[in-house]
Design a protein around this ligand. Structure first.
Ligand SMILES: Cc1cc2nc3c(=O)[nH]c(=O)nc-3n(C[C@H](O)[C@H](O)[C@H](O)COP(=O)(O)OP(=O)(O)OC[C@H]3O[C@@H](n4cnc5c(N)ncnc54)[C@H](O)[C@@H]3O)c2cc1C
Length: 430
């Protein structure tokens, strides 16, 4: 068969699936992308928020997101990238403190000088790490406690782990948290100023350009077409089942969150299924409010307060200037958590209460609109020794490749890492 005419099906039209399709059509493959949702983007998808098109989940860009910058450049979108000096806050036991610079650390009244010095040294050390192998073997909570001591760990970190990972909080790999610390620490204009980026008109700017580039090269993107099954026979992929119909492909590439894989690929070898099923994942329920005025001056507000059951509040307008003030409240939790099944109203009420606590002047009259979105598999739990837990991207089934956001471990989820992995997936077929 002429290799240039190979037919490829990509499952998922998030940044990874689209980036993969974009590179494959440029290599002259015949590419069809299948997306279950009614829109592009997966976790980075947008919605119409009473006339404002905005992401369902907040997105910021860091100065280290080089794969994203390369893709934006190829798509002639570099001029859509904007940078903003952002402020961070820390809400600790009922009080809001400025955070995020050496001055703020020095003037923070709740830690002694030694704890502050240890905290700063930990960040400096982490910024310098480039080989994460040793940290892959360690637990994040033990590693941080060793560096900064118990007092600073419980004050600054424990609540963040608890409110995101709950029963898995001690299972997180030190390498995973290390890359997160490094990514943020390097996104600065200088020692005093954090600088974060965003795309004009949000992630849709990238997603729509990818769609255009794919379609310009005769690639197809099918929305609202959930793949029911990846069909395989004699250790070879046959194609995919959509609406009960078998469609033949030479290669199938899955970019859907890993927990969906056993459902659509029940015939994968048991050893692969076992590995996939052993990897846990947290869901997110994310409240978004459109406010008539800002709640605080911060883009990111870290929280450690027993009355507020989330690790932070994100005021997007303090990054990307918009007419309305947009605030996100993410409730991450494993599906086993009792609250996960609570109604949207429950999460909305909780968010309004948190706003009131953070800024006592907040009034419900400020809320012009609200919305609650859920993503069932939003955050893989990358535990210690994670490198050894992932099954190979090239499965034992010929022509079947699987990847998702956990595959760029130790890096955390990001659009930049997803587009980079999408490109690497395409290269595997070269
Ligand atoms: C709350 C939150 C905040 C975030 N903040 C940031 C940030 O600030 N900066 C940043 O860079 N990144 C951020 N991210 C991460 C970023 O959104 C993701 O890394 C990226 O969107 C992942 O893209 P993906 O294509 O790899 O996966 P996904 O976005 O998960 O895409 C997978 C796609 O597969 C589809 N699918 C599932 N099942 C099927 C099926 N059976 N058939 C067909 N299609 C199917 C899904 O609908 C989805 O569209 C955030 C994510 C969340 C949830």
């Amino acid at each position: 068969m002429d290799v240039q005419k190979k037919k490829i099906a990509i499952i998922g039209a998030g940044p990874m699936g689209l980036a993969c399709a974009y590179h494959l059509v440029n290599q002259n493959y015949v590419v069809d992308v299948y997306e279950a949702d009614d829109r592009l983007g997966g976790m980075s998808a947008s919605f119409d928020f009473d006339g404002l098109t905005i992401e369902r989940y907040y997105h910021f860009i860091c100065k280290t997101d080089t794969s994203l910058f390369e893709l934006l450049d190829e798509l002639n979108l570099s001029d859509k990238l904007r940078w903003h000096n952002t402020k961070m806050g820390f809400y600790y036991q009922g009080k809001l403190y400025p955070w995020g610079s050496p001055m703020h650390l020095l003037t923070f009244p709740k830690l002694n000088f030694i704890s502050k010095l240890r905290y700063a040294l930990h960040v400096f050390y982490t910024k310098s790490v480039s080989n994460w192998d040793k940290l892959d073997q360690q637990s994040a909570t033990t590693w941080i406690r060793k560096w900064i001591g118990d007092k600073a760990y419980y004050l600054l970190w424990d609540y963040l782990f608890e409110m995101k990972f709950y029963e898995y909080k001690h299972n997180i790999s030190a390498a995973w948290i290390g890359t997160r610390i490094k990514r943020i620490a390097l996104s600065r204009k200088n020692l005093l100023t954090e600088t974060l980026g965003y795309l004009e008109n949000g992630s849709d700017t990238l997603l729509n350009a990818l769609q255009q580039a794919i379609e310009a090269k005769q690639g197809n993107i099918y929305l609202q077409r959930p793949i029911e099954e990846v069909v395989m026979k004699n250790d070879q992929v046959q194609g995919i089942k959509v609406n009960g119909e078998l469609l033949h492909y030479d290669t199938v590439m899955s970019t859907v969150p890993l927990p969906y894989v056993p459902r659509i690929m029940p015939k994968l070898p048991q050893t692969v299924l076992d590995k996939i099923q052993a990897i846990q994942n947290c869901g997110v329920v994310c409240v978004i409010l459109k406010l008539s005025q800002p709640l605080t001056v911060n883009f990111w507000l870290n929280i450690n307060d027993e009355n507020i059951l989330i690790p932070g509040l994100i005021e997007y307008t303090n990054l990307s200037p918009l007419v309305d003030h947009i605030l996100y409240a993410p409730f991450y939790m494993p599906h086993t958590h009792a609250h996960y099944k609570n109604s949207n109203e429950y999460f909305l009420e909780a968010t309004l209460d948190y706003c009131q606590r953070v800024n006592p002047e907040f009034s419900q009259d400020w809320v012009k609109a609200s919305r609650v979105s859920r993503y069932d598999y939003a955050q893989p739990i990358c535990s210690s020794d994670f490198y050894n837990q992932l099954p190979a991207i090239k499965t034992p089934i010929e022509g079947l490749l699987i990847a998702d956001t956990s595959y760029y471990y130790p890096e955390d989820r990001s659009i930049s890492e997803s587009v980079q992995l999408g490109k690497s997936l395409a290269k595997l077929l070269e």
